[in-house]
Design a protein around this ligand. Structure first.
Ligand SMILES: C[S@@+](CC[C@H](N)C(=O)[O-])C[C@H]1O[C@@H](n2cnc3c(N)ncnc32)[C@H](O)[C@@H]1O
Length: 313
């Protein structure tokens, strides 16, 4: 039916500010949302196809096999809202089952989002599609005027919630609840705690795609902030930390070196790490406690092969 794209973060300078702040900190870090330039989006899709990274395929298999139950538990919805929708593939299954009149997708990578969302309006002639290029961490609330009244379902798949430490995840879930409104629901997919060897393998695929994804961040900073990182002098290093219950992803400096970023110089000692991502893993009860603390009421849950999907009201 209709397709609308709006870039709500066009005139922001967050990348420069956040990167300079993160590089000046100790330990150094850069928020994972900056992985997703166009190359980063393509590399993430390639990660999902790696034999070791079963997370995406398991979630898709769960959604396929349990869809009738899931759709029945959700009931009628007027609008599906997906923050961080990426390639917009997963939401198709829900569109087929729930037939909402409206879909609102958001992503910090605005151009790839628009390219992925536009075909949805052709494939679903009765659906009004709105794609918002925006950083939902900065200003989720700016999406509110673009949401129709009625029953809203927030869909947050892919274990993206795992990128946030528990306090920040709880705060984000509370913001989702406010965006969902009084009749709102949340359908969320997350990776479960499991054998650390399986988790370790998932983030260290043999083809080196996750390593390329991690190192692409430096290529992006070279291009967009005039930095002079030599990616060959950094090593992708990801491991499961069972005490914290998370995968930690780092870029480890292979030499003592100085790097210039946006006109400022930063020193890396040999072996110093630049932290790029956390990916928390949960038990179902841990997650539901967090969601309850954010004001959501547990409604149903489905699990398969180490992955969970939960529904909240
Ligand atoms: C791990 S991918 C998941 C994509 C898709 N939801 C899926 O499950 O396959 C995370 C997506 O969220 C987007 N993203 C990450 N942080 C974001 C933010 N703060 N605001 C908007 N989008 C964000 C990324 O650009 C990327 O497309």
């Amino acid at each position: 039916m209709t397709f609308t794209f709006k870039n709500l973060s066009a005139d922001r300078d967050d990348l420069r500010v956040d990167v300079l702040t993160g590089l000046a900190a100790s330990p150094k870090s850069i928020p994972p949302k900056y992985f997703y330039d166009e190359a980063g989006c393509r590399l993430f899709e390639a990660i999902c196809a790696q034999p070791e990274y079963v997370l995406c395929r398991t979630e898709q298999a769960l959604m396929r096999s349990r869809l009738p139950d899931i759709a029945a538990a959700i009931g009628a919805v007027d609008c599906i809202v997906e923050p961080g929708a990426g390639d917009c593939v997963k939401v198709r299954r829900l569109l087929d089952a729930l037939h909402p009149g409206q879909l609102v997708v958001m992503d910090i990578a605005g151009a790839p989002l628009a390219a992925a969302a536009e075909p949805l309006s052709r494939d679903y002639p009765d659906l009004a599609v709105t794609a918002l290029g925006m950083d939902f961490l900065h200003d989720l609330e700016a999406a509110a005027p673009h949401l129709p009244a009625g029953r809203r379902l927030i869909y947050y798949p892919g274990s993206s919630i795992g990128n946030f430490p528990p306090d920040a995840a709880t705060a984000l879930l509370a913001r989702f609840r406010r965006l969902a409104g009084a009749d709102g629901q949340l359908l969320i997919g997350f990776d479960l705690k499991k054998d650390p060897q399986r988790l370790h393998a998932a983030y260290n695929d043999a083809a080196g795609v996750t390593a390329a994804f991690n190192l692409n961040l430096l290529v992006r900073l070279n291009r967009e902030l005039g930095a002079d990182f030599d990616p060959a002098r950094f090593s992708h290093y990801a491991f499961y930390n069972p005490v914290a219950g998370r995968i930690e992803m780092h870029l480890v400096s292979l030499a003592e070196q100085d790097v210039s970023v946006a006109g400022e110089r930063f020193h890396f000692a040999l072996g110093e790490t630049l932290h790029t991502e956390h990916s928390y893993k949960f038990r179902c009860d841990e997650f539901s406690t967090m969601a309850r603390n954010a004001g959501w009421q547990w409604s149903a849950e489905w699990t398969q092969d180490g992955f969970a999907v939960q529904l909240y009201r």
